[in-house]
Every structure is written in structure tokens, then in C-alpha cells.
Design a protein around this ligand. Sequence first.
Ligand code: IPE
Ligand code: IPE
Ligand code: MG
Length: 249
Amino acid sequence: MTVKPIVLDILPTDLDHARLPKHIAVIMDGNGRWAKRRGLPRIMGHQRGVDTLKDLLRCCRDWGIPALTAYAFSTENWGRPLEEVEFLMTLFERVLRRELREMMEENVRIRFVGNLEALPPSLQDEISRSMQDTQTNTGIQFTVATNYGGRQEIIQCCQAIATQVKQGLINIEDIDESVFEGYLYTTGIPHPDLLIRTSGEMRLSNFLLWQLAYAEIYVTQTLWPDFNREEFHQALLAYQQRERRFGKI
Ligand code: IPE
Ligand code: IPE
Ligand code: MG
């Protein structure tokens, strides 16, 4: 049997393959501003943002990065005008339906994290189908945070653990970080090493509060629809220049 090597030849030569992040999280921000600057409705920015995400996913695969997590919709984003929320829900569904075949061909394993039960039923159906169909794929782990809130995730862990305690299945003194992690939406996926946020905002906006505890943070002024491989290359270069101490000296 011949093992197909990961395509490394297109990784920029100034990046060290051995020190690439194993998991990258991205806050795809600035779609609305991108559209506004062009005199377009905000939704056009979201539409364009899909292409950026598609190329980033492909780039991670090409450069040998095993996991990517993208923030698509926060628990707070329901507070936007109904028209925008509805557009986004329809967009997610449409893109998922359109891209599933290609994701299968490219061996992508997709997982959605967040309070998925509150999403429109037809979107939930597409989500279940995509997760089921790709669950045995062995390529990049692609996680999409949809109706996701870090605080809500932590509360839902507490509730699940409290239920187990009440039923006598867990002792309080046995609750530790690894038990807790077993109840996170992201259980089984290693924590992100690098968080990229576009559009210049220096905040987490309720994204992966637990998981990002020791992530390196890279913020670019570039708006999400304009983020490209060269920008990504710059983010990885910056990451490789960081010294990750994890509290040690
Ligand atoms: C990010 O872009 C996409 C989502 C939150 C769905 P925004 O829509 O937040 O764009 P800005 O920040 O208003 O420019
Ligand atoms: C974060 O962006 C959420 C997503 C990218 C899905 P927001 O635009 O909602 O965050 P704030 O409002 O600037 O904090
Ligand atoms: Mg925003």
C-alpha cells in the first residue's frame, strides 16, 4: 500500500511544517462593513464570505493543517434584523447542500457545534446529513460554530454534569478538567493553537471561551471577504514567531 503524502510543496518556504498549528479557529468578522464600503447590502458581504471560508478550508488541507473551526453565527447574532438572520440561515442551508459532495470528495469531516436544536428544522436536517455522511472521512476536521455561545456551552456542560451527579453516576470530587471537556460540544477535537480574527476587533465575542484559554491570538484589519492565502500566510508566520510558555518560564 502506498501512503499518499500530504501536499507540502505549496506550503510557503518560510513556514516550518513541523511547527504549524494543529487546529486553527477563526472569527470571520467584517462582512457587513465590507459590503457597506461598496454600497451593497450587508448580506452581499456574507455571500462573499462563503468563498473566503471555502478557500481557507482548502488552504488548510493543502498546507497540512488538520483542523479548522469557523464561527458562523453566535447566540447573540439573533439580535440582528430578522431579514439578515433569515438570509444567513438560508445561506448556511444552501451552501451546505451545494458543498456536501465536494466535501466528501475532499475527505472533509464536518461537525457543527452550538445549540443546533434552535435552528430552522430544514437547516438542522442538512446539518445532520452532512455530519452523518462525512463522519468516517479521515481528512481535515472542519467545525462550524452555529448558534454557538461559549457561555451557553459551559452552562450546558454544568447542567449535564449536575444531572449525572444527581443520578449518582459521577462523584463531585471526580469532576476535573478532563471530565468537563467530555461535555463540551467540541469534545474529541484538540483545542485551537491559533485564533484568527478579521476586521480588527480585539475581542472573543463569546467564542470557544474554554478552548481558547491558551490559544495564540492574531487579529488582522482585513475584512473577512478580503482575507486570502497571503493573509493566512502572514498569520502563520506571526504564530511561528510566538513563544508559547503555557505559564512556565
Ligand atoms: C461576520 O460579519 C459574520 C457574522 C457575524 C454572521 P459581520 O456581519 O459581523 O460584519 P460586520 O462586523 O458588521 O462588518
Ligand atoms: C462574532 O462577530 C460572531 C461571528 C463571527 C459569527 P460579531 O460581529 O457578532 O461580534 P461583535 O458584535 O463585533 O462582538
Ligand atoms: Mg461583526
